[in-house]
Design a protein around this ligand. Structure first.
Ligand code: UDX
Length: 450
Protein backbone atom coordinates (compact mmCIF):
# COMPACT_ATOMS: atom_id res chain seq x y z
CA UNK A 1 0.00 0.00 0.00
CA UNK A 2 1.18 3.57 -0.61
CA UNK A 3 1.27 5.31 2.76
CA UNK A 4 2.05 8.89 3.74
CA UNK A 5 3.16 9.80 7.22
CA UNK A 6 2.57 13.43 8.13
CA UNK A 7 4.96 14.58 10.85
CA UNK A 8 8.52 13.28 11.10
CA UNK A 9 8.81 13.38 14.88
CA UNK A 10 9.46 10.35 16.98
CA UNK A 11 6.15 8.56 16.32
CA UNK A 12 6.13 9.47 12.63
CA UNK A 13 9.62 8.13 11.96
CA UNK A 14 9.09 4.90 13.86
CA UNK A 15 5.71 4.35 12.20
CA UNK A 16 7.06 5.18 8.74
CA UNK A 17 10.23 3.13 9.14
CA UNK A 18 8.41 0.08 10.48
CA UNK A 19 5.61 0.18 7.90
CA UNK A 20 8.25 0.36 5.17
CA UNK A 21 10.15 -2.49 6.84
CA UNK A 22 7.09 -4.74 6.56
CA UNK A 23 6.65 -4.02 2.87
CA UNK A 24 4.63 -0.83 2.34
CA UNK A 25 5.77 2.16 0.30
CA UNK A 26 6.06 5.10 2.62
CA UNK A 27 6.55 8.84 2.18
CA UNK A 28 7.39 10.71 5.38
CA UNK A 29 6.44 14.37 5.26
CA UNK A 30 7.35 17.30 7.47
CA UNK A 31 7.11 21.05 6.97
CA UNK A 32 10.50 21.51 8.64
CA UNK A 33 12.71 21.62 5.53
CA UNK A 34 15.91 21.35 7.53
CA UNK A 35 14.71 18.17 9.22
CA UNK A 36 13.80 16.67 5.85
CA UNK A 37 17.19 17.64 4.39
CA UNK A 38 18.94 15.93 7.30
CA UNK A 39 16.78 12.82 6.92
CA UNK A 40 17.49 12.71 3.20
CA UNK A 41 21.20 12.87 4.02
CA UNK A 42 20.73 9.79 6.23
CA UNK A 43 20.79 11.56 9.58
CA UNK A 44 18.13 10.27 12.02
CA UNK A 45 17.50 13.06 14.54
CA UNK A 46 16.63 10.78 17.48
CA UNK A 47 18.52 7.97 19.13
CA UNK A 48 16.30 4.90 18.99
CA UNK A 49 17.73 1.37 18.88
CA UNK A 50 17.33 -0.30 15.43
CA UNK A 51 15.62 2.69 13.82
CA UNK A 52 18.62 3.80 11.76
CA UNK A 53 19.04 0.30 10.27
CA UNK A 54 15.33 -0.06 9.62
CA UNK A 55 15.20 3.25 7.76
CA UNK A 56 18.45 2.70 5.88
CA UNK A 57 17.23 -0.72 4.69
CA UNK A 58 13.85 0.66 3.62
CA UNK A 59 15.54 3.50 1.72
CA UNK A 60 17.95 1.12 0.03
CA UNK A 61 15.01 -1.04 -1.04
CA UNK A 62 13.30 2.04 -2.51
CA UNK A 63 10.35 1.81 -0.11
CA UNK A 64 10.82 5.00 1.85
CA UNK A 65 11.26 8.63 0.85
CA UNK A 66 10.86 12.08 2.37
CA UNK A 67 9.07 15.23 1.34
CA UNK A 68 8.08 18.65 2.62
CA UNK A 69 4.95 18.69 0.51
CA UNK A 70 1.81 17.50 2.32
CA UNK A 71 -0.25 18.15 -0.80
CA UNK A 72 1.72 15.71 -2.95
CA UNK A 73 1.76 13.14 -0.17
CA UNK A 74 -2.00 13.47 0.26
CA UNK A 75 -2.62 13.02 -3.45
CA UNK A 76 -0.40 9.99 -3.91
CA UNK A 77 -1.24 7.96 -0.80
CA UNK A 78 -3.95 5.39 -0.19
CA UNK A 79 -3.58 5.87 3.55
CA UNK A 80 -2.37 8.92 5.45
CA UNK A 81 -1.15 8.68 9.05
CA UNK A 82 -1.33 11.98 10.91
CA UNK A 83 1.56 11.96 13.39
CA UNK A 84 1.95 15.68 14.04
CA UNK A 85 2.63 17.06 17.52
CA UNK A 86 -0.20 17.94 19.90
CA UNK A 87 1.72 19.82 22.61
CA UNK A 88 -0.07 21.04 25.73
CA UNK A 89 -1.45 24.59 25.69
CA UNK A 90 -1.03 26.72 28.80
CA UNK A 91 -4.39 25.55 30.19
CA UNK A 92 -3.39 21.87 29.84
CA UNK A 93 -5.53 21.23 26.73
CA UNK A 94 -3.84 19.63 23.72
CA UNK A 95 -3.05 22.03 20.87
CA UNK A 96 -4.76 20.51 17.84
CA UNK A 97 -3.95 23.28 15.37
CA UNK A 98 -1.43 21.15 13.44
CA UNK A 99 -4.03 18.43 12.90
CA UNK A 100 -6.51 21.02 11.64
CA UNK A 101 -3.93 22.48 9.25
CA UNK A 102 -3.03 19.04 7.87
CA UNK A 103 -6.71 18.10 7.50
CA UNK A 104 -7.29 21.20 5.40
CA UNK A 105 -4.49 20.32 2.98
CA UNK A 106 -5.49 16.66 2.73
CA UNK A 107 -9.12 17.60 2.13
CA UNK A 108 -8.40 20.07 -0.62
CA UNK A 109 -5.81 17.94 -2.41
CA UNK A 110 -7.27 14.43 -2.13
CA UNK A 111 -9.18 12.71 -4.92
CA UNK A 112 -10.86 9.30 -4.75
CA UNK A 113 -11.06 7.46 -1.44
CA UNK A 114 -8.48 8.16 1.27
CA UNK A 115 -7.98 6.49 4.59
CA UNK A 116 -6.97 9.14 7.14
CA UNK A 117 -5.56 7.77 10.36
CA UNK A 118 -5.09 9.75 13.52
CA UNK A 119 -1.95 8.49 15.24
CA UNK A 120 -1.07 11.53 17.35
CA UNK A 121 -2.26 11.32 20.95
CA UNK A 122 -5.46 13.33 21.02
CA UNK A 123 -8.40 13.96 23.33
CA UNK A 124 -11.56 11.96 22.79
CA UNK A 125 -13.80 13.29 20.01
CA UNK A 126 -10.89 14.58 17.91
CA UNK A 127 -11.77 11.91 15.33
CA UNK A 128 -15.27 13.35 15.02
CA UNK A 129 -13.81 16.81 14.49
CA UNK A 130 -11.30 15.46 11.99
CA UNK A 131 -14.04 13.82 9.95
CA UNK A 132 -16.07 17.03 9.96
CA UNK A 133 -13.03 19.09 8.98
CA UNK A 134 -12.19 16.76 6.08
CA UNK A 135 -15.75 16.91 4.82
CA UNK A 136 -16.08 20.68 5.13
CA UNK A 137 -12.66 21.59 3.69
CA UNK A 138 -13.01 18.94 0.98
CA UNK A 139 -16.52 19.65 -0.23
CA UNK A 140 -15.29 21.02 -3.56
CA UNK A 141 -12.94 18.10 -4.30
CA UNK A 142 -15.43 15.27 -3.99
CA UNK A 143 -13.01 12.86 -2.29
CA UNK A 144 -14.37 10.27 0.12
CA UNK A 145 -12.68 9.90 3.51
CA UNK A 146 -12.45 6.94 5.81
CA UNK A 147 -11.29 8.02 9.26
CA UNK A 148 -9.59 5.81 11.83
CA UNK A 149 -7.97 6.29 15.20
CA UNK A 150 -4.94 4.11 15.75
CA UNK A 151 -3.22 4.94 19.06
CA UNK A 152 0.39 3.93 19.48
CA UNK A 153 1.74 2.33 22.63
CA UNK A 154 5.41 2.59 21.70
CA UNK A 155 7.95 2.94 24.45
CA UNK A 156 10.96 5.05 23.62
CA UNK A 157 14.07 2.92 23.57
CA UNK A 158 12.16 -0.16 22.36
CA UNK A 159 9.71 1.36 19.91
CA UNK A 160 10.83 -0.62 16.83
CA UNK A 161 10.32 -3.81 18.78
CA UNK A 162 6.97 -2.56 20.14
CA UNK A 163 5.73 -1.61 16.66
CA UNK A 164 6.62 -4.94 15.12
CA UNK A 165 5.61 -7.05 18.13
CA UNK A 166 2.70 -5.15 19.65
CA UNK A 167 0.66 -6.31 22.68
CA UNK A 168 -2.41 -5.25 20.74
CA UNK A 169 -3.32 -3.18 17.71
CA UNK A 170 -6.21 -0.86 18.48
CA UNK A 171 -8.20 0.70 15.67
CA UNK A 172 -11.18 2.97 16.17
CA UNK A 173 -13.48 3.18 13.17
CA UNK A 174 -17.02 4.15 12.30
CA UNK A 175 -17.55 1.60 9.54
CA UNK A 176 -16.40 -2.04 9.09
CA UNK A 177 -14.77 -1.33 5.71
CA UNK A 178 -12.32 1.03 7.41
CA UNK A 179 -11.34 -1.67 9.90
CA UNK A 180 -10.63 -4.01 7.00
CA UNK A 181 -8.33 -1.49 5.33
CA UNK A 182 -6.52 -1.00 8.63
CA UNK A 183 -6.15 -4.76 8.92
CA UNK A 184 -4.53 -4.76 5.45
CA UNK A 185 -1.96 -2.24 6.64
CA UNK A 186 -1.11 -4.36 9.67
CA UNK A 187 -1.45 -7.72 7.88
CA UNK A 188 2.34 -8.39 7.72
CA UNK A 189 2.62 -7.77 11.46
CA UNK A 190 -0.48 -9.83 12.29
CA UNK A 191 0.74 -12.71 10.10
CA UNK A 192 4.44 -12.19 10.91
CA UNK A 193 5.41 -12.21 7.27
CA UNK A 194 8.26 -9.73 7.59
CA UNK A 195 11.93 -10.19 8.37
CA UNK A 196 12.32 -8.80 11.83
CA UNK A 197 15.20 -6.32 12.16
CA UNK A 198 15.17 -6.62 15.96
CA UNK A 199 15.61 -10.39 16.11
CA UNK A 200 17.34 -10.75 12.73
CA UNK A 201 14.42 -12.78 11.47
CA UNK A 202 14.47 -15.23 14.41
CA UNK A 203 11.66 -13.84 16.56
CA UNK A 204 10.58 -15.80 19.62
CA UNK A 205 7.37 -17.63 18.82
CA UNK A 206 4.19 -15.88 19.96
CA UNK A 207 0.56 -15.79 19.00
CA UNK A 208 -0.55 -12.94 16.73
CA UNK A 209 -1.40 -9.71 18.55
CA UNK A 210 -5.10 -9.06 19.15
CA UNK A 211 -6.55 -6.70 16.54
CA UNK A 212 -8.99 -4.67 18.62
CA UNK A 213 -11.69 -2.80 16.71
CA UNK A 214 -13.60 -0.15 18.64
CA UNK A 215 -15.44 3.08 18.02
CA UNK A 216 -13.23 6.08 17.39
CA UNK A 217 -14.15 7.62 20.75
CA UNK A 218 -13.20 4.45 22.65
CA UNK A 219 -9.95 4.11 20.75
CA UNK A 220 -8.96 7.68 21.62
CA UNK A 221 -9.83 7.05 25.26
CA UNK A 222 -7.81 3.80 25.39
CA UNK A 223 -4.54 5.63 24.79
CA UNK A 224 -5.03 8.16 27.60
CA UNK A 225 -6.49 5.52 29.89
CA UNK A 226 -3.48 3.21 29.39
CA UNK A 227 -0.82 5.84 29.94
CA UNK A 228 -2.59 7.35 32.94
CA UNK A 229 -3.02 3.96 34.56
CA UNK A 230 0.69 3.22 34.16
CA UNK A 231 1.50 6.59 35.71
CA UNK A 232 -0.85 5.79 38.62
CA UNK A 233 0.95 2.50 39.13
CA UNK A 234 4.34 4.22 39.32
CA UNK A 235 3.06 6.81 41.79
CA UNK A 236 1.55 4.04 43.89
CA UNK A 237 4.95 2.31 44.04
CA UNK A 238 6.58 5.60 44.96
CA UNK A 239 4.28 6.21 47.92
CA UNK A 240 4.90 2.61 48.98
CA UNK A 241 8.62 3.45 48.88
CA UNK A 242 8.10 6.38 51.25
CA UNK A 243 6.14 4.14 53.57
CA UNK A 244 8.87 1.49 53.43
CA UNK A 245 11.46 4.08 54.38
CA UNK A 246 9.44 5.09 57.44
CA UNK A 247 8.66 1.54 58.49
CA UNK A 248 11.98 -0.13 57.73
CA UNK A 249 10.64 -2.33 54.90
CA UNK A 250 12.17 -2.76 51.44
CA UNK A 251 10.07 -1.52 48.51
CA UNK A 252 11.81 -3.86 46.07
CA UNK A 253 10.74 -6.87 48.13
CA UNK A 254 7.24 -5.50 48.53
CA UNK A 255 6.59 -4.63 44.87
CA UNK A 256 8.16 -7.88 43.70
CA UNK A 257 5.70 -9.94 45.71
CA UNK A 258 2.78 -7.61 44.99
CA UNK A 259 3.50 -7.83 41.26
CA UNK A 260 3.37 -11.62 41.29
CA UNK A 261 -0.38 -11.36 41.53
CA UNK A 262 -1.45 -11.62 37.87
CA UNK A 263 -4.24 -9.16 38.61
CA UNK A 264 -1.57 -6.55 39.37
CA UNK A 265 1.45 -7.57 37.28
CA UNK A 266 5.13 -6.83 37.90
CA UNK A 267 5.71 -3.96 35.47
CA UNK A 268 5.63 -0.24 36.23
CA UNK A 269 6.03 -0.77 39.96
CA UNK A 270 9.60 0.52 40.04
CA UNK A 271 10.01 3.21 42.67
CA UNK A 272 12.46 6.03 42.07
CA UNK A 273 12.67 9.71 41.19
CA UNK A 274 9.43 9.48 39.21
CA UNK A 275 8.18 9.34 35.67
CA UNK A 276 9.15 11.80 32.95
CA UNK A 277 9.26 11.92 29.18
CA UNK A 278 6.95 13.55 26.72
CA UNK A 279 4.00 11.20 27.28
CA UNK A 280 3.10 10.50 30.89
CA UNK A 281 3.34 14.03 32.35
CA UNK A 282 1.50 15.53 29.36
CA UNK A 283 -1.07 12.76 28.96
CA UNK A 284 -2.05 12.64 32.60
CA UNK A 285 -2.72 16.40 32.50
CA UNK A 286 -4.66 16.21 29.26
CA UNK A 287 -6.73 13.30 30.58
CA UNK A 288 -7.53 15.21 33.76
CA UNK A 289 -8.67 18.23 31.72
CA UNK A 290 -10.74 16.03 29.46
CA UNK A 291 -12.51 14.41 32.41
CA UNK A 292 -13.02 17.80 34.04
CA UNK A 293 -14.70 19.14 30.92
CA UNK A 294 -16.95 16.07 30.92
CA UNK A 295 -17.94 16.89 34.51
CA UNK A 296 -15.79 14.19 36.17
CA UNK A 297 -13.28 15.11 38.84
CA UNK A 298 -10.60 12.48 38.15
CA UNK A 299 -8.82 13.30 41.37
CA UNK A 300 -6.71 10.13 41.24
CA UNK A 301 -4.80 11.60 38.30
CA UNK A 302 -4.11 14.87 40.13
CA UNK A 303 -2.77 12.90 43.07
CA UNK A 304 -0.54 10.76 40.86
CA UNK A 305 0.87 13.91 39.26
CA UNK A 306 1.41 15.57 42.63
CA UNK A 307 3.17 12.49 44.05
CA UNK A 308 5.39 12.44 40.99
CA UNK A 309 6.41 16.07 41.45
CA UNK A 310 7.29 15.41 45.09
CA UNK A 311 9.77 12.70 44.10
CA UNK A 312 12.31 15.34 43.19
CA UNK A 313 11.92 17.17 46.55
CA UNK A 314 12.21 13.88 48.34
CA UNK A 315 15.41 12.91 46.52
CA UNK A 316 17.01 16.32 46.98
CA UNK A 317 16.18 16.14 50.66
CA UNK A 318 18.13 12.89 50.83
CA UNK A 319 21.05 14.60 49.08
CA UNK A 320 20.91 17.50 51.55
CA UNK A 321 20.78 15.13 54.52
CA UNK A 322 23.86 13.34 53.26
CA UNK A 323 25.85 16.35 52.07
CA UNK A 324 24.53 18.93 54.55
CA UNK A 325 25.27 22.00 52.37
CA UNK A 326 25.00 21.66 48.59
CA UNK A 327 26.60 24.99 47.73
CA UNK A 328 30.18 24.49 46.58
CA UNK A 329 29.97 20.69 46.59
CA UNK A 330 31.08 18.76 43.55
CA UNK A 331 28.25 16.47 42.54
CA UNK A 332 28.47 13.86 39.79
CA UNK A 333 25.35 12.93 37.83
CA UNK A 334 25.04 9.54 36.12
CA UNK A 335 22.20 9.63 33.62
CA UNK A 336 20.28 12.57 32.13
CA UNK A 337 17.73 10.98 29.78
CA UNK A 338 14.21 10.41 31.14
CA UNK A 339 14.84 6.66 30.88
CA UNK A 340 17.58 4.40 29.48
CA UNK A 341 18.12 3.64 25.76
CA UNK A 342 17.00 7.05 24.58
CA UNK A 343 18.51 10.52 24.19
CA UNK A 344 15.20 12.15 25.10
CA UNK A 345 15.45 14.62 27.98
CA UNK A 346 11.96 16.08 27.80
CA UNK A 347 10.50 16.32 31.32
CA UNK A 348 13.34 14.12 32.55
CA UNK A 349 13.43 13.96 36.35
CA UNK A 350 17.25 14.04 36.08
CA UNK A 351 17.11 17.46 34.47
CA UNK A 352 14.91 18.92 37.17
CA UNK A 353 17.37 17.61 39.76
CA UNK A 354 20.24 19.08 37.74
CA UNK A 355 18.47 22.45 37.53
CA UNK A 356 17.80 22.59 41.26
CA UNK A 357 21.33 21.54 42.20
CA UNK A 358 22.72 24.29 39.99
CA UNK A 359 20.34 26.79 41.61
CA UNK A 360 21.65 25.74 45.04
CA UNK A 361 25.22 26.38 43.95
CA UNK A 362 26.53 22.83 43.49
CA UNK A 363 29.20 22.30 40.89
CA UNK A 364 28.09 19.55 38.50
CA UNK A 365 29.80 16.94 36.38
CA UNK A 366 27.57 14.71 34.29
CA UNK A 367 27.60 11.75 31.96
CA UNK A 368 24.89 10.03 29.92
CA UNK A 369 25.56 7.54 27.11
CA UNK A 370 23.23 9.36 24.69
CA UNK A 371 21.66 12.51 26.13
CA UNK A 372 24.64 14.82 26.69
CA UNK A 373 24.41 16.93 23.53
CA UNK A 374 20.77 17.77 24.13
CA UNK A 375 21.42 18.57 27.81
CA UNK A 376 24.45 20.68 27.00
CA UNK A 377 22.37 22.90 24.75
CA UNK A 378 20.12 23.71 27.73
CA UNK A 379 22.63 23.67 30.57
CA UNK A 380 26.00 24.83 29.23
CA UNK A 381 27.58 25.40 32.66
CA UNK A 382 27.64 21.73 33.64
CA UNK A 383 30.92 19.92 33.10
CA UNK A 384 30.09 17.08 30.66
CA UNK A 385 32.39 14.12 31.10
CA UNK A 386 33.66 11.41 28.78
CA UNK A 387 32.54 8.58 31.08
CA UNK A 388 31.26 7.69 34.55
CA UNK A 389 34.78 7.52 36.00
CA UNK A 390 35.43 11.08 34.93
CA UNK A 391 32.16 12.12 36.62
CA UNK A 392 33.18 10.53 39.92
CA UNK A 393 36.70 11.92 40.03
CA UNK A 394 36.98 14.25 43.03
CA UNK A 395 33.22 14.22 43.66
CA UNK A 396 31.57 14.70 47.04
CA UNK A 397 28.70 12.53 45.83
CA UNK A 398 27.50 10.63 42.77
CA UNK A 399 23.78 10.71 41.97
CA UNK A 400 22.47 7.93 39.76
CA UNK A 401 19.49 9.35 37.89
CA UNK A 402 18.85 7.10 34.86
CA UNK A 403 19.14 3.33 35.10
CA UNK A 404 21.37 2.67 32.09
CA UNK A 405 22.38 -0.99 32.55
CA UNK A 406 26.05 -0.12 31.94
CA UNK A 407 26.10 1.83 35.23
CA UNK A 408 25.48 -1.42 37.08
CA UNK A 409 28.62 -2.91 35.58
CA UNK A 410 31.01 -0.05 36.37
CA UNK A 411 34.19 -0.68 38.31
CA UNK A 412 32.79 0.74 41.53
CA UNK A 413 36.07 0.19 43.40
CA UNK A 414 37.76 2.49 40.93
CA UNK A 415 34.94 5.00 41.41
CA UNK A 416 35.20 4.80 45.19
CA UNK A 417 38.92 5.43 45.11
CA UNK A 418 38.60 8.49 42.90
CA UNK A 419 35.84 10.22 44.86
CA UNK A 420 36.49 12.79 47.54
CA UNK A 421 33.86 11.05 49.61
CA UNK A 422 32.39 7.65 48.68
CA UNK A 423 28.75 8.70 48.71
CA UNK A 424 26.21 7.36 46.17
CA UNK A 425 22.54 8.34 45.97
CA UNK A 426 20.76 5.92 43.68
CA UNK A 427 17.52 7.46 42.42
CA UNK A 428 16.61 4.35 40.41
CA UNK A 429 17.49 1.50 42.79
CA UNK A 430 19.86 0.15 40.17
CA UNK A 431 22.62 -1.01 42.50
CA UNK A 432 22.72 -3.59 45.24
CA UNK A 433 22.76 -1.86 48.66
CA UNK A 434 24.63 -4.63 50.50
CA UNK A 435 27.29 -4.86 47.78
CA UNK A 436 27.76 -1.09 47.72
CA UNK A 437 28.15 -0.92 51.49
CA UNK A 438 30.53 -3.83 51.40
CA UNK A 439 32.68 -1.77 49.03
CA UNK A 440 32.73 0.99 51.61
CA UNK A 441 30.19 3.36 50.08
CA UNK A 442 27.70 5.41 51.99
CA UNK A 443 24.76 4.40 49.82
CA UNK A 444 21.19 5.71 49.80
CA UNK A 445 18.44 4.57 47.48
CA UNK A 446 14.65 4.78 47.32
CA UNK A 447 12.41 2.87 49.73
CA UNK A 448 15.14 0.52 50.90
CA UNK A 449 16.63 0.50 54.40
CA UNK A 450 19.76 2.70 54.66
C1 UDX B 1 5.06 5.59 27.56
C2 UDX B 1 4.17 4.33 27.44
O1 UDX B 1 4.81 3.25 28.16
C3 UDX B 1 3.93 3.97 26.00
O2 UDX B 1 3.04 2.88 25.92
C4 UDX B 1 3.34 5.19 25.27
O3 UDX B 1 3.17 4.93 23.91
C5 UDX B 1 4.24 6.39 25.43
O4 UDX B 1 4.48 6.64 26.83
P1 UDX B 1 7.68 6.10 27.31
O5 UDX B 1 7.32 7.51 27.64
O6 UDX B 1 8.60 5.82 26.19
O7 UDX B 1 6.34 5.24 27.02
O8 UDX B 1 8.38 5.46 28.60
P2 UDX B 1 8.01 4.41 29.74
O9 UDX B 1 8.88 3.24 29.60
O10 UDX B 1 6.56 4.18 29.84
O11 UDX B 1 8.50 5.22 31.03
C6 UDX B 1 7.93 6.50 31.36
C7 UDX B 1 8.59 7.05 32.60
O12 UDX B 1 8.20 6.28 33.74
C8 UDX B 1 10.13 7.02 32.58
O13 UDX B 1 10.60 8.24 33.13
C9 UDX B 1 10.49 5.87 33.48
O14 UDX B 1 11.74 6.03 34.11
C10 UDX B 1 9.35 5.92 34.50
N1 UDX B 1 9.07 4.62 35.14
C11 UDX B 1 8.64 3.57 34.39
C12 UDX B 1 9.21 4.50 36.51
O15 UDX B 1 9.58 5.46 37.21
N2 UDX B 1 8.90 3.30 37.10
C13 UDX B 1 8.46 2.23 36.39
O16 UDX B 1 8.17 1.20 37.00
C14 UDX B 1 8.33 2.36 34.99
Amino acid sequence: MQISIIGCGYVGLVTGGCLAAVGHHVTCVDNDAERIRALQAGHIPIYEPHLDHVIAAARAAGRMDYSTDVAVAARSADAIFICVGTPPLENGDADLSSIDAVARIIATEARGTKLVIEKSTVPVRTGEQLRRALEIYGRAGGAKFQVASNPEFLREGSSVHDFLHPDRIVVGVDEPATAERMREIYRPILDRTFTCPVHNGACPSASPPPFVVTTINSSELIKHASNSFLALKISYANVLADLCERLGADVEEVTRAVGMDPRIGPLFLRAGIGFGGFCFPKDIQAFYRLAERAGIDFVLLKEAEQINKQRIDHFLEKARRALWVLKGKQVGLLGLAFKPHTDDIRFAPALEILRRLLAEGASLRAYDPQAMNKTQAQFPTVNYCRDAYDVASGADAVLLLTEWPEFRDLDWVRIRDSMLRPLVLDGRNLLNPAAMRQLGFEYHSIGRPD
